[in-house]
Design a protein around this ligand. Structure first.
Ligand SMILES: NC(=O)CC[C@H](N)C(=O)O
Length: 227
């Protein structure tokens, strides 16, 4: 597994992401600056990490979605290449058109930083095969604009095609209500592209890979990719 992590001005989770990838794959990912026009030859997995790319100006991910490197990321995804966007990376995937919908300001208009339970909606994608379908996991969230919104037709299509990857839930696995930290439609925490080779999610699995820092529920995502 050859992974590449794209770094934008203002990214801040690229180190955490690189560590999680190294733990799972046994090799350090390539770090690719946003101004590049190409990905390293033989890249299997492209990761857009979390952070505050371009200072979150305009709207989180809006400028990064148009960065020079995104042409190569788009071509990689179009070839069926695995592409993962976490938090700001999810926002960038939506802003670049690689995933439908948009991440708006959290419904409570506050930055939310806390532990959060998620329900794994399916475990047959390249990103989730080391989880069990319906499994409840606990990871971290840290975002100001995580409120997933799309038009009704898009939501129906995502639901109908089984493209919701993770939903916000409580410790018992119950979805909805106060367990939704940001107002996302249908409690959506992450979605797949139509071919399921692109995954965007707001929570941070890369921060839950070591018992020393609170848990290991994020590990299975990276183990799935490395398998
Ligand atoms: N941790 C992150 O990637 C944060 C994403 C974005 N800056 C937000 O606040 O919504």
């Amino acid at each position: 597994m050859k992974a590449a992590v794209v770094v934008f001005p203002g990214s801040n989770r690229e180190g955490d992401m690189a560590r999680a990838l190294r733990q799972a794959t046994g090799r350090a990912p390539a770090m690719v600056w946003h101004a590049e026009h190409e990905l390293p030859a033989g890249t299997d997995l492209v990761v857009l990490p979390g952070g505050f790319s371009y200072g979150d100006y305009l709207r989180c991910g809006a400028i990064a979605g148009r960065a020079p490197v995104m042409e190569a990321v788009r071509a990689h995804a179009a070839r069926g290449g695995l592409t993962l966007g976490v938090c700001n990376g999810f926002q960038i995937l939506c802003e670049s058109g690689l995933l439908p919908g948009v991440l708006m300001r959290n419904a409570g208009l506050r930055f939310v930083c806390r532990m959060q339970h998620l329900r794994v909606e399916r475990a047959d994608a390249a990103f989730t095969r080391h989880y069990a379908p319906g499994q409840t996991i606990e990871v971290a969230i840290a975002h100001g604009e995580g409120n997933y919104e799309a038009d009704d037709e898009t939501i129906h299509r995502l639901e109908g095609e089984g493209r919701v990857a993770f939903r916000y839930c409580d410790a018992a696995g119950v979805v909805g209500g106060a367990a939704n930290p940001n107002g996302s439609r249908n409690d959506i925490a992450g979605i797949y592209s139509d071919a399921r080779n692109v995954l965007g999610l707001m929570p941070h699995p890369e921060n839950l890979i070591d018992p020393l820092v609170g848990g290991t529920d994020g590990r299975a995502l990276f183990a799935s990719l490395a398998a």
